[in-house]
Design a protein around this ligand. Sequence first.
Ligand code: 0X9
Ligand code: ZN
Length: 305
Amino acid sequence: SLSRDKFHSYQEMKDYLQELAKLYSNTVSVGSIGSSYEGRDLPILKISSGGDDTRPIILIDAGIHAREWIAPAMALYIIQQLVENPSNADLIANVDWHVIPLLNPDGYEYSRKSSRLWRKTRSKTKRKGCFGVDGNRNFDIHWNGIGGSTDPCSETYVGPRPFSEPETAALRDYVMKQLTKSGSRIKLYLTFHSYASGILYPWGYTWSQAPNANTMKALAQEANLAQKRAGGHDFTVGQTARVFYAAAGGSDDWVASAGRVPLVYTVEMPRGGNWGFDLPPSAINRTVSAFWPAVRVMGRHVQRS
Ligand code: 0X9
Ligand code: ZN
């Protein structure tokens, strides 16, 4: 099992996933969607109670932004609840869960060891001394449009081209593999960030509404209520570009559009610490467990539909 009294290293996360796959080999397997720029593999944990490979998938990722440490902690908590807590068996009865707990391990380890507030990947750029691309500006959805920068030294550098980063390309390849004749096996995508306390749905690149905006809004509101009842504070619910700011090239918009996933949310976990990203370890447990009921609501919804 994994403690919730500290933020874990990439290696500790990997060891935990391997341990689960061993202990629960009937339901859990661990794979890889690719490698990071520095050569770390990008693990994906797959939870399935059986059935064939046509079951709906709920896809979760976290940690595309390196410094947002509470995001991978949330993804690990979700894994723990689904795998180790029998009272959540209803959530995996007819749905497979695929979780990528740390999409940007290079940036995460850099933020642990060298620079706490690092956000981007760690790739080399054309500018000497400036590293990394904002993974959440690097997807091929109105890439290099609003809300990003072409300056390699900027925190929101869009990269030299869409999917220039091995991490974003790996997510793309994984999502494309789930496409079927009629849409996608993935019915819900949650991507975890921090620290704005929000449940945001597409589009982020434009003010225009997604065709199913009302469905996404209603489900997000229900999820918000559930987490409030569990002791969480109120999250902002709304369309990204309207309640937050417009930014193109995000994983959420790309997964909704090219990936043809009907329900897509960016979850901004709450702030903490001095910089917003640096919640004290003592806050991890209550923060992630307060949000769990929101994930349950969304999981139940997919199970029903
Ligand atoms: O700006 C982002 O990438 C996200 N906020 S953060 O503070 N964690 O960096 C929000 C992304 C919302 N989605 C899109 N703009 N597509
Ligand atoms: Zn983020």
